[in-house]
Design a protein around this ligand. Structure first.
Ligand SMILES: O=P(O)(O)OC[C@H]1O[C@H](OP(=O)(O)OP(=O)(O)O)[C@H](O)[C@@H]1O
Ligand SMILES: Nc1ncnc2[nH]cnc12
Length: 172
């Protein structure tokens, strides 16, 4: 395991049975509160891709994706839960580890052919990431990759992202 991966592991707290029995919740708030680790994560992701836009997924994805966009000199595009974006949207519905949701992106969020990196905190079943890839492509952009802090390998989310470059800073 790399130095950064072990720092990340040390700063992610396991919370059993949240938000429902049987789920081991990966809480990133200790990592966010540690300036050295938070900065190292943002720098690592911002330096690894040549993209026009970074996409962040509400809500935890925003916390990582916005500083990555700033550091990379890229634009930031929010993917929001249904009903929060004010202009015309595209939407996708999906299931995740502990529920289901519908997400949206503004129809005009991208310039045709924009190269895009999707950033989120956790990849679990992959439902959220798969729906986001679909939305970005429907909106006319190219998905260069998906980057997450932590991948829960036993939920096999990676299998739902066939053909997509997936980078997980930690795989558990
Ligand atoms: O791989 P999946 O099974 O789809 O799960 C991963 C998603 O679940 C969490 O978001 P959540 O919908 O809980 O929203 P939040 O960021 O608002 O807490 C997490 O931030 C990912 O986006
Ligand atoms: N176990 C988990 N911990 C944190 N975020 C999640 N999103 C989906 N499953 C999760």
């Amino acid at each position: 395991m790399s130095d950064l991966s072990s720092l990340i592991c040390d700063r992610i707290r396991d919370v059993p049975d949240y938000p429902q029995p049987g789920v081991m919740f990966k809480d990133i708030t200790p990592l966010l509160a540690d300036p050295a680790v938070f900065t190292a994560v943002v720098d690592e992701l911002a330096g690894a891709y040549d993209v026009d836009k970074i996409v962040g997924i509400e809500a935890r994805g925003f916390i990582l994706a916005a500083p990555v966009a700033y550091r990379a000199g890229a634009g930031f595009v929010p993917i929001r839960k249904k009903g929060k974006l004010p202009s015309e949207t595209l939407e996708e519905s999906y299931d995740l580890e502990y529920g289901s949701a519908t997400i949206e992106v503004h129809r005009d969020a991208f310039t045709e052919g924009d190269r895009v990196l999707i950033v989120d905190d956790v990849l679990a079943t992959g439902g959220t990431a798969e729906a986001t890839v679909e939305l970005v492509r429907r909106a006319g952009a190219e998905v260069v990759g998906v980057a997450v802090l932590m991948e829960l390998a036993f939920l096999k989310g990676r299998e739902r992202l066939a053909g997509v470059d997936l980078r997980s800073l930690v795989i558990v």
